[in-house]
Design a protein around this ligand. Structure first.
Ligand SMILES: Nc1ncnc2c1ncn2[C@@H]1O[C@H](COP(=O)(O)OP(=O)(O)O)[C@@H](O)[C@H]1O
Ligand SMILES: [Mg+2]
Length: 414
């Protein structure tokens, strides 16, 4: 295949042609090389055919701009030029869901387009709790007991019930474990993530509407709650597909995916989220979920994760990183050697079957966030949220700890 031979067709490639049988895509490149622009360009073409979810706002509301039409004359010119006038500036219907959280205490004014919603308590089930609070043998033992006891009556196990069982001493746990479990559960209870004061996120409705691109934001959550929210979103997507509730395919765009793959001390909460990403990427192809990720550091990703992608988009990056593309496809070294010199939006595409270089991704037809852009301002008219109702704590957390079986009261441990 000669260089540039397919240059003009390739913009449309990710959705069709060879893109049809290699689904998961990885976009790698330096910061500012145009990864997210390319990612947004690819996913927005799927709106109407597949359900598109843009999962991560990167803390800068970056995934909320699909509804804004690009007006910058230079970018509009470049878009038309590269696409032979086939694509004109336009927006796609975009639903923005912000997960409700404590952050509302500091800021309760958001654009009307941003909808604040919460999770159902039942979204976080006992298996998830094993990951989140089963840190020691004692806490795992407790969870097993509670699963057995509540399971006997075929009750749904919510963390509310677990909290109740703990505070009333219904299940025998050592004082210190009891306190640490209660503390962990309290964290979710007061987070606002499960607030009854706002609408619950209805995943079935969201996923059924393939004409609207859905963006999520965890802006209102604390750092250690964020991964739990992502885990629940991912899990709901996976379950909806497993239960065959959604007929069309789902495209899941995850920016800066290395942030999701962090492990070790301080990142324990990410384990659950990572578990669901790995499940989706492994089972997704058959279930009908296509993942597209972007990352600055592809080599930081676990190999078993990296190997699941069938379609690689290498934007400007170091020669050392670019060389790894040889694992995917036989690409002449002189072509690889050009990758470190690529300009904005230029990329080398490779699948197990073919490669194309250089490909020019046009700027998005909608506005793509640049560093100077105030997204919240651009989204227009704002609305005040009634914080008192949303952040109302529904349970009495001051309840006195009861005697535990071995005669010690938990106050010994406070
Ligand atoms: N193909 C392109 N043509 C023109 N400008 C682009 C292109 N791709 C990205 N940009 C601009 O470059 C900046 C960085 O792009 P972005 O996609 O956010 O980079 P990354 O995600 O790699 O950090 C943005 O301001 C964006 O508007
Ligand atoms: Mg980016």
């Amino acid at each position: 295949m000669s260089e540039g031979q397919l240059k003009r067709e390739v913009f449309y490639l990710p959705g069709g042609r060879s893109g049809a049988f290699v689904n998961h895509k990885l976009i790698a490149g330096k910061s500012g090389s145009g990864k997210s622009n390319a990612g947004e360009f690819i996913v927005r073409q799927e709106v109407g055919k597949k359900k598109v979810i843009d999962l991560y706002d990167s803390g800068r509301f970056e995934n909320m701009c699909y509804g804004l039409v690009e007006k910058n004359p230079y970018l509009v010119y470049k878009l038309k030029e590269i696409t032979n006038n086939k694509i004109k500036p336009s927006a796609v219907p975009n639903e923005i869901i912000m997960v409700s959280g404590k952050g509302l205490e500091y800021n309760n004014k958001f654009p009307e387009k941003v909808d604040i919603k919460s999770f159902s308590e039942s979204d976080l089930d006992i298996t998830d709790l094993w990951y989140l609070i089963g840190k020691t043998d004692a806490s795992r033992g407790f969870l097993a007991q509670i699963e057995y006891q509540l399971g006997k009556d075929e009750e749904e196990i919510t963390f509310d019930k677990i909290f109740d069982a703990l505070s009333k001493g219904r299940i025998k746990v050592h004082g210190a474990t009891n306190m640490s479990l209660m503390r962990d559960i309290k964290k979710w209870k007061v987070s606002g993530m499960f607030s009854k004061g706002v609408d619950k996120i209805n995943f079935e409705d969201i996923l059924k509407d393939k004409n609207t691109l859905t963006s999520f934001s965890t802006f209102l959550l604390e750092t250690d709650q964020e991964p739990v929210a992502y885990a629940m979103i991912l899990k709901n997507i996976l379950e909806a597909k497993k239960r065959r509730l959604i007929k069309h395919r789902i495209v899941l765009y995850i920016r800066e995916v290395s942030n999701f793959m962090r492990s070790g001390k301080g990142f324990e909460e990410w384990a659950l989220c990572r578990r669901y990403i790995l499940m989706i990427i492994r089972e997704g192809r058959d279930l009908g979920i296509d993942i597209i990720c972007d990352t600055q550091r592809p080599l930081d990703l676990p190999t078993m994760f990296r190997n699941q992608f069938g379609y690689y988009i290498a934007m400007k990056m170091n020669f050392g990183d670019a060389e790894k593309m040889l694992e995917v496809q036989e690409i002449p070294r002189n072509i690889i050697g050009k990758v470190p010199h690529y300009g904005l939006g230029q990329a080398l595409l490779a699948t197990g079957m073919r490669w194309d270089a250089p490909v020019h991704f046009p700027p998005c037809p909608h506005r793509h966030k640049n560093p100077r852009m105030d997204v919240m301002k651009c989204l227009g008219k704002t609305k005040d949220w009634d914080t008192s109702d949303i952040l109302k704590i529904e349970v009495n957390l001051e309840e006195e700890p009861k005697e535990v079986e071995d005669g010690k009261t938990m106050s010994h441990f406070t």
